[in-house]
Design a protein around this ligand. Structure first.
Ligand SMILES: NC(=O)c1ccc[n+]([C@@H]2O[C@H](COP(=O)([O-])OP(=O)(O)OC[C@H]3O[C@@H](n4cnc5c(N)ncnc54)[C@H](O)[C@@H]3O)[C@@H](O)[C@H]2O)c1
Ligand SMILES: [Zn+2]
Length: 355
């Protein structure tokens, strides 16, 4: 593993081999999905070397992130006599790191797990920060825990097989990290060419992006305050995602976040004094690489309805609609818990959909 990351902030150089040294025989487990078992397991197997491990593979896709799959993991661990000394390696995108993290956090009151993210989105976002969980009754991440992995190991070479739309999806979350935290990161990302998708030049930006997420989540592990800055773009983004899903479509999360950020940078320009230039840059990037949202989300009322029911809001009543936004005063200067009149949100949606 070339780049590694210690979630406890000690900057020790975590290497897979040193992590695996103290695992008793037969207690190493690896969880993959049906794509990562093909594309990524050979690389991991190379690093694991001679140590024997039990492999469980789950069908790829968000539809597998449910309690039935958690049960598959628990059953597999039980069948192979996993003990409290077991280490589970989650090798995959956010679906696998969320699911495997949750299964590990709950099996025998918690066993150790190592996340090895294989999508860009999981590298810069899903695999760190301690959130684990599954979807339940149609609600995303409805069941879960805050549990830190033993380590998150980054190895950008896994990205060579990742479909380009998935790469763009993760790149959108990196842009978010730049906007909320660091103008240098934002400019470095704008200088990287999404058309070429060169992984070597992307690799240092992945570490920068992850460092931003790490800094924010360590400051607020249970999302009671400052961590809400990570929701930038997600109020409108989640509403668009929900509208797609309602139409039976499975959108890329990062695309929805990018569209959401365009709407929320618009709101930031009008209501928080954010420089218009940022809106111009982001809009240009969207039109060039992501296109416009294609759902029936032109029905603005429906999008607003989704936003009103976002779980990040405090109590919402008919008399007092409450939609919570993180806005930007400037790059690196986010402001949380901003509530805006519905007319302002309609205006932002109008901007987004009339592009
Ligand atoms: N825990 C958190 O803080 C957090 C944060 C953001 C997102 N998430 C969760 O992450 C999930 C989305 O993550 P994702 O975008 O990584 O989705 P994903 O795990 O479903 O992966 C996307 C697709 O890429 C495939 N894939 C993965 N790595 C590959 C590789 N190297 N080569 C080829 N194909 C590969 C997967 O099999 C899948 O088909 C959602 O469930 C979301 O809720 C969690
Ligand atoms: Zn996101």
């Amino acid at each position: 593993m070339k780049i590694s990351f210690d979630p406890f902030g000690q900057d020790k150089n975590f290497e897979l081999s040193s992590l695996l040294q103290d695992i008793p025989n037969g207690q190493l487990f690896v969880l993959t999905d049906s794509h990562t078992s093909e594309c990524c397991l050979p690389i991991l197997a190379d690093s694991i070397g001679e140590i024997p491990y039990h492999l469980l593979t789950i069908a790829a896709g968000e539809q597998s992130k449910n309690l039935a799959s958690v049960q598959l993991v628990w059953d597999f661990l039980l069948k192979h006599h996993a003990t409290r000394d077991t280490v589970l390696i989650n090798l995959g995108g956010g679906m696998i790191t969320d699911l495997g993290g949750f299964a590990a956090a709950t099996y025998m009151r918690g066993i150790r797990f190592v996340n090895i993210p294989t999508t860009l989105l999981a590298m810069v976002d899903a695999s760190s920060g301690g959130k684990t969980g599954v979807d339940y009754q149609g609600i995303k991440n409805a069941i879960g825990t805050f549990t830190q992995p033993l380590a998150t190991l980054l190895y950008p070479a896994y990205l060579h097989t990742l479909p380009s739309a998935e790469l763009l999806s993760g790149y959108a979350e990196m842009l978010k990290h730049g906007l909320i935290a660091d103008a240098n990161h934002w400019h470095d990302l704008l200088a990287w060419d999404p058309q070429q998708q060169d992984i070597t030049t992307l690799a240092p930006l992945i570490t920068d992006s992850l460092a931003i997420k790490k800094r924010i989540t360590l400051a607020d592990p249970h999302e009671t305050g400052i961590r809400k800055v990570l929701n930038f773009g997600h109020t409108i983004g989640h509403a668009i995602e929900a509208a797609y899903i309602q139409q039976g479509l499975q959108p890329y999360h990062g695309y929805c976040v990018l569209w959401g950020m365009v709407g929320e940078v618009y709101l930031s320009v009008v209501h928080a004094g954010c420089p218009r230039e940022i809106l111009t840059q982001l809009t240009h990037l969207m039109l060039e690489y992501y296109g416009k949202p294609q759902c029936n989300c032109r029905q603005r009322e429906q999008l607003i309805e989704y936003m009103l029911h976002d779980k990040k809001n405090k109590a919402t009543t008919a008399l007092q609609p409450n939609i919570n936004f993180t806005l930007l005063k400037q790059i690196g200067q986010p402001i949380i818990d901003q509530q805006l009149p519905l007319s302002a949100i309609h205006e932002a949606l109008e901007y987004l959909f009339s592009l």
